[in-house]
Design a protein around this ligand. Structure first.
Ligand code: PLP
Ligand code: COI
Length: 343
């Protein structure tokens, strides 16, 4: 296939939607997943009683592809994303998409849109958005009998202002994104709808992002908007254990890298007051990568937890960031088989 080169300002991309050339789709009908179809349309046709529209029977994923110095395109932790989608499927009663189908579709859509994968030097990447929706009609609250799974892509830059720069966060106590035994551990759209007022409030107050505490006691750290939290102290990487946060694949990767760097890793409840004791902290996720935390303000309690005293990212955040990015771009050996090279 001959592809026309794109003339984009790769180094100044924001995190937003952009039309690529193709998307891929497959349908679940009569208990089976169909063959993969390729489309150049940005639109889908839906039954007005589709369960995704009324009862939120939908799930999504987010992963990235990177172009290396060697020109090769690498997709990061594809299998882990397939497995999380399967867990989400179980959580809201959708049929599981097999990992092989996920792999076939993700690699195909990246290959077909290769001219949208940003060049190595830009520091940008290709964001891959898999989406699974209930398309069968129901008016009673029941799972659909038909589903559409699709994957589309777009080149993106940093999710938070300034990329790898320390940012301020604000504790939001008046809204919860998910309940302790709710859907927070799944990547379903409803959690994000539930987060929009908190996110708007945080932005209106001049913060990068909202910071959630556990919904039941408002005592322990949950997560930072669409990213997990980690704190660093005494050569230890500490991250929350909670039944209402998304199991972040970036966080899982960082726990491994921290261990490789000789740090201890703790996954446990973190009382908000413990923020005072961290030498460094960050928000992590596919979109966020690592966003170092400058400070967290708890306005209702009239407290401010200042973490980056000089307003700059700390050395451990920097090392974790460089190692993660190094593996993603192919500059550092992929010891754990996290990377799929698109052939
Ligand atoms: N938490 C939430 C609520 C998210 O939406 C995301 C983004 O996917 C994350 C955490 C980070 O997860 P991951 O590292 O798998 O992208
Ligand atoms: C991601 O990091 O992949 C996310 O899903 C964040 C997104 C909600 C913008």
């Amino acid at each position: 296939m001959i592809m026309k080169e794109l003339n984009l300002d790769w180094s100044n991309l924001s995190f937003g939607y952009m039309k690529a050339d193709y998307n891929v789709r497959c349908y679940y009908r009569n208990g089976e997943w169909s063959e993969v179809e390729v489309s150049d349309s940005e639109h889908i046709t839906l039954h007005m009683a589709a369960t995704c529209l009324h009862y939120g029977q939908e799930a999504f994923e987010g992963l990235k592809a990177f172009r290396g110095k060697d020109g090769k395109v690498r997709i990061f932790r594809l299998e882990a994303n397939a497995e999380r989608l399967q867990s989400t499927c179980d959580g809201i009663m959708m049929p599981q998409l097999p990992t092989e189908k996920f792999r076939e579709m993700v690699t195909k859509v990246v290959k077909m849109n290769e001219r949208f994968v940003p060049p190595y030097e830009s520091g940008a990447s290709l964001y891959i958005r898999p989406l699974l929706i209930g398309t069968g009609a129901q008016v009673g609250v029941h799972p659909a009998d038909e589903y559409l799974f699709m994957v589309f892509v777009m080149p993106v830059g940093p999710y938070f202002k300034g990329g790898f720069a320390a940012n301020p966060y604000v504790v939001i106590r008046q809204y919860d994104r998910s309940a302790p035994l709710g859907t927070g551990i799944y990547k379903v759209g409803g959690n994000y709808a539930a987060s929009m007022k908190a996110n708007k409030l945080a932005h209106d107050l001049g913060y990068s992002c909202e910071f959630y505490l556990d919904a039941k006691e408002k005592k322990y750290i949950d997560e930072c908007g669409a990213a997990n939290f980690f704190g660093i102290k005494d050569n230890t990487y500490v991250t929350p254990k909670s039944t209402s946060i998304l199991p972040s694949i970036t966080n899982k990767s960082l726990m491994q890298l921290a261990e490789d760097m000789g740090m201890k890793v703790e996954r446990r409840q973190i009382p908000i007051e413990e923020l005072d004791t961290f030498e460094e902290a960050g928000a992590c996720g596919t979109a966020a990568v690592i966003s170092p935390i400058e400070r967290i303000d708890d306005l209702e309690m009239k407290r401010s937890y200042v973490i980056a005293k000089d307003g700059k990212p700390g050395p451990i955040c920097r090392k974790l960031y460089d190692t993660l990015r190094g593996i993603q771009y192919g500059d550092i050996e992929d010891r754990y088989g996290w990377v799929t090279i698109v052939e």
